[in-house]
Design a protein around this ligand. Structure first.
Ligand SMILES: Nc1ncnc2c1ncn2[C@@H]1O[C@H](COP(=O)(O)OP(=O)(O)OP(=O)(O)O)[C@@H](O)[C@H]1O
Ligand SMILES: [Mg+2]
Length: 307
């Protein structure tokens, strides 16, 4: 069942079309990602769906209810982590959670508070003040706050931006856990790795438009399943030698390192080894890597995801 239906959504700021006629649906229980560089329109899209910014055109339905012009009724269905949440530095973690619960006219018991903080791994920090938390812990707290009303759909706007790799992985576990609890998750990110490991489907967004929408695997497959083989060899051979290899599509050599793109991995690998041997050379430092979502984005826009 589709829990979110977005049709021809539009939002302009003056002449700037921040969201330029996008349509998609989100199915119940999925982790849906919006991937795009700075300024792509991710936050604007999310905040229109959440009922926080009014669109200039198009429609959004959550659970069959139209969000606009009256977003009130959908508020109890959703939990929101904003891109920049201002937490109250001098309140404790538990006080913050109780405060947020009171916005929904809820009074959480100690057990309920602990179970909420348990989801994001902050039980032992319950009595710590917000300002004493690390960046990653504050980000996890803001996710706990998005869960106080036990929402059906959770929106996370760049939940891991600014976190170190370890904290990012910790956050991925939290997101998966939320999903395993049966909630639908919609998140934005500009990390292709994050979209790849977390999301069932990804909308690739750029300049207010959705360029492509599919599972990470299908997006990558749409590149023609190109694989990159990187290696060096001793003694060095002219790169033209490797161009002769069966299955080699594109060959380059930079700083004594060869890159060969292929769609026929086995044939090409064997061919490279054979070609080197035929010329009295040995292959060294050989790695094989698949295309990733960064390559998909480059292919669609001619630009990288980071600016
Ligand atoms: N309130 C506003 N007034 C004017 N322009 C805005 C406003 N909010 C966003 N914009 C512009 O709309 C475009 C899309 O912004 P948005 O915040 O949706 O991008 P984003 O994809 O979330 O980017 P980021 O990855 O940096 O968070 C940007 O060019 C931005 O400058
Ligand atoms: Mg944003």
């Amino acid at each position: 069942m589709s829990v979110i239906v977005v049709t021809d959504l539009r939002k302009s700021y003056g002449d700037l079309k921040a969201v330029d006629g996008i349509s998609f649906v989100v199915e119940e229980g999925e982790i849906f990602g919006i991937l795009g560089p700075n300024g792509a329109g991710k936050t604007t899209t999310l905040e229109i769906i959440e009922g926080l910014r009014q669109p200039n055109g198009g429609a959004v339905f959550i659970d069959g209810l139209s969000v606009w012009p009256k977003p009130g009724p959908i508020k109890k269905l959703i939990g929101i982590q904003l891109q920049s949440t201002s937490l109250f530095d001098y309140l404790t973690v538990r006080e913050m959670a109780s405060l947020f619960a009171s916005f929904y006219k809820l009074r959480l018991t100690q057990t309920e508070l602990d179970s909420l903080l348990g989801i994001v791994g902050l039980v032992e920090k319950g009595k710590a003040r917000v300002r004493q938390l690390s960046g990653g812990q504050q980000q996890r707290l803001s996710i706990a706050l998005a869960l106080v009303n036990d929402p059906k759909i959770v929106f996370l706007d760049e939940p891991t931006t600014g976190l170190d790799p370890q904290a990012r992985r910790r956050m991925w576990d939290v997101v998966r856990d939320i999903s395993n609890r049966g909630k639908t998750v919609v998140l934005t990110t500009h990390y292709m790795e994050e979209a790849e490991v977390l999301c069932g489907r990804v909308a690739v967004m750029d300049q207010g438009k959705i360029m492509k929408l599919d599972s990470p695997a299908n997006l990558i497959k749409s590149l023609g399943a190109k694989t990159k083989i990187t290696f060096s060899c001793k003694p060095l051979l002219a790169k033209e030698k490797f161009q002769e290899v069966d299955g080699a599509l594109d060959v380059s050599e930079v700083d004594h390192s060869y890159k060969v793109y292929t769609a026929k991995i086995q044939t090409c690998l064997l061919g490279i080894l054979q070609k080197a041997a035929d010329n009295g050379a040995t292959v060294e430092n050989l790695t094989v890597s698949g295309a990733n979502l960064e390559d998909v984005f480059l292919n669609l826009t001619g630009r990288g995801l980071r600016d």
